[in-house]
Design a protein around this ligand. Sequence first.
Ligand SMILES: [Zn+2]
Length: 530
Amino acid sequence: PLSVTVRGEIFLAKSLFHKINLKLETPYANPRNLASGTLRRVKSSEAAQLPLDIFIYEGYFDAPAASHRQILRELELLGFKLNKNIGFFSDADDLTGIRQEHPLWQVGPIGEIEDFLKQAQARREILDYEIDGLVIKVNEIRAREILGFTGHHPRWAIAYKFEAPEGSTIIEAIQVQIGRTGRATPVARVQPVRISGSTISNVTLHNQEYINILDLAIGDRVNVSKRGDVIPAVERLVEKNQEGNSTWKMPALCSSCGSSLSRSGAHHFCFNANCPDQVRARIHFFAARDQMDIENLGPETLDVLIDRGLIKDPGDIYHFDPEVLMDLPGFGRKKIELLKKGIESSKQKPYRIVLQSLAIPEMGQKVIELLIGAGFRDIESLFKLAETANIEALTSIHGIGEKTAASIINSLKTLKLRQRIEGLKKQGLSFSEEKSLPEAQFPAIFKDMSWCITGSFVHFQPRELAAEEIKKRGGRVTSTVTGKTTHLLAGSAAGSKMENALSLGVKIIQEEEFLEFLQSPQNILDFSST
Ligand SMILES: [Zn+2]
């Protein structure tokens, strides 16, 4: 029998992480947190549900090996999974022989290590697993023995860390925000820290579960990240506080109205529909740019109106007299006329936008499109559905589950929502889809871009379908990567085009990312600037 001890690193592929994370009530900041959070679970059957993977990087055999290369080769022969991105650099060994033995390795003289590090950093984005650097190890085991160890690390292995979009800071407070649906979201106020060109002072902590997994408390030192332009996230706890605060707990009562907070699923909620913070958030949401987009009725103006009791419900926006603002600093005749115009013209918004603006739980853009697509083209048909509590009519729509269906029907049954809708209807807002939207509804987000497509895709078969999506949005698609190419859409098994793109510094986009941009084109800015 053979006896061997191995060391390796467990990981979760980025593509799988994104897919899984979308379905979780408590999203994770990165694949590592999800993988380690799962591994810490007591039940191995729970951990087994996550498609974790492993790379083995070290082995200890009964008969000591002469070199690291020999160890890796034996591990490979035994069937262990090794990382294929390995570089071997030596001024003494026979490099031709080593190249033949390890055709996938990058082999060269010692002087090429620096280039290898640079290449690894450039390839980092296109790997399907996250790396934060490389480890440079001495190959000869005898040399390792001579070099020995310092107090805490071997002298024969050095970790080379890439520059990370992370910063270290301290949690000064954790405050609970009550959103438009009553959801209570803990937010960490951190000592301002600069990351990737912006200053971070607030970081969402999502919910109690998220805090438990990271084991966070006020006073803790944490690492905060900002990847691309995504919202800042706490990556990990670095050091527990000295004040003796243990893991933070959600308070029992809503800080806005004093009702008790109760847990439903992964989140806590304030179920008082008249909770002042909830009402305020609902009004803000209604008027915001992604919803009714009421010009000249920005958050500050809304706050003034809410504080003075002039707006208590989204419907009041169409009732109050803007003239009352006349006496206030910052409001003149011109501004008030513009505000009136903005409110009036918002009445032209299509049904789907009006519906979305009402902030009905589970009724976001996607669900609304599914409903309209399935024939629920006006509010009356939805009310009828709620009266007959016809859950099956909703669950038969592909993409709407039982939980969503039940929640929608519950909301539509509440008197308060019906009154709000009746009021808005009287003001002339649209509660039915008149005719189908015009064809040209694709924003020209790929204008001035030249795309090339390579590899195969899950959502685009044949890949001409992806080309159509680009062209519809104003982009050009070419068959080869040239100096003029701005983006390469890379599927699996991408070949030489990928290498050309890498050497030309062309931005490489993977399918998941591409889909995200098609779905939320407002993100295109950070897409083209990276
Ligand atoms: Zn409340």
